[in-house]
Each structure stands twice: as C-alpha cells, then as structure tokens.
Write a protein that binds this ligand. Structure first.
Ligand code: FMN
Length: 155
C-alpha cells in the first residue's frame, strides 16, 4: 500500500502542495512524480493516486490530462484516487480538480475524496496563507481513508 502524488507545475505552487500532501500521507510511503514522468506501473491495486494540476484556461494542464489518458481504458481499476488543483480566487476561475476526478473515475479508479482546490494569490503565486498546512491535513485525511479501504478489502 503506497501513495503516489502526480503533479504538474509551472511556478512551483502545485509542486509545493503535492509535497505537503505527501508529507501528510507520510506513513503511506508517499512520493511525488511530475505528470510527464508518471507511468501506469507506478501504482498497483490498493495504492492511492493523487493527481494535482494548476487551472490553466479553466481546465487542467495538457501534461496532466495526457498522463491520465496514457493509462488507457480502465487503466486505473483497483486504484484509490483523489484530485486537487491550484487556482486564483476569482469569481469565475474554471475547474481542474473536478475534471481530473472525472477522468480518474473514467479510468476505473475509486475516488476517496471530493475534488480539492488550493489557492494562490496570482499567476506565479504565492500560495495563500495556510494552504500548505491545509494540504498536509488533507494528506492525513487521505491516509485514514486509504487505511479504512485497505481494512475493508482484507475483511
Ligand atoms: C496560461 C494560464 C492560464 C490560467 N488560467 C487560470 C484559470 O482559468 N483559472 C484560475 O483560477 N487560474 C488560472 N491561472 C492561474 C494558475 O492557477 C496559477 O498560475 C497556478 O495555480 C500556479 O501554479 P503553479 O505554480 O504550480 O504553476 C492561469 C495561469 C496561467 C499561466
């Protein structure tokens, strides 16, 4: 049972959130992987895959979507999954985490969390105060959900 956090990031904000989520998931052997380097073989049944992207033009980045389509039809069957994005606090900001969640589900993954947004102050950041801590806390919650699912599988 391990956790892989896949991310794309132009200015480092989404990467910082990915690392904070990994830190919250600590005891699950969590590691971060840039989207362009992710391969289907990086996760096995029962593992948790967390995917994060900045919102770019109302949607996830092309590298994020490419990583998800590369796994193929039902390629994430048996995998637990969750998605996050980083975004600017605007009235109309679009969505990436929801679109990633949809794609994860389409690939057969079991979603364990609602799509999670994290906020930056502008295009290059910085992350708003408290967001890194919130990401670490969310990682801790994902760890609990992962353990609960693992217990159910072995029962
Ligand atoms: C080309 C481009 C398009 C963007 N479009 C949006 C958008 O539609 N909605 C939004 O909330 N933020 C938008 N942003 C701001 C990004 O969300 C912000 O740059 C990102 O969260 C920073 O993360 P990163 O440091 O990991 O790249 C855009 C940024 C860029 C560069």
């Amino acid at each position: 049972m391990k956790a892989v956090i896949v991310y794309d990031s132009a200015y480092g904000n989404t990467k910082a959130i990915a690392e904070a989520v990994a830190s919250g998931l600590g005891s699950a052997n969590a590691r971060t992987v840039p989207a362009a380097q992710f391969r289907r073989g990086d996760v096995s049944a029962g593992d948790l895959l967390v995917v994060g992207s900045p919102i770019n033009g109302w949607r996830p980045t092309p590298k994020t979507m490419q990583a998800l389509t590369d796994v193929g039809t039902q390629g994430l069957s048996g995998i637990l999954a969750a998605a996050f994005d980083t975004r600017v606090k605007l009235f109309i900001h679009g969505d990436a985490a929801k679109k990633i969640s949809h794609q994860l589900k389409k690939a057969g993954a079991t979603l364990v969390s609602k799509p999670m947004p994290f906020y930056v102050g502008g295009t290059e950041g910085p992350l708003l105060a408290g967001e890194t801590e919130r990401a670490r806390t969310w990682g801790g919650e994902l760890l609990t959900l992962m353990k609960t699912k693992a217990t159910k599988r072995s029962a």
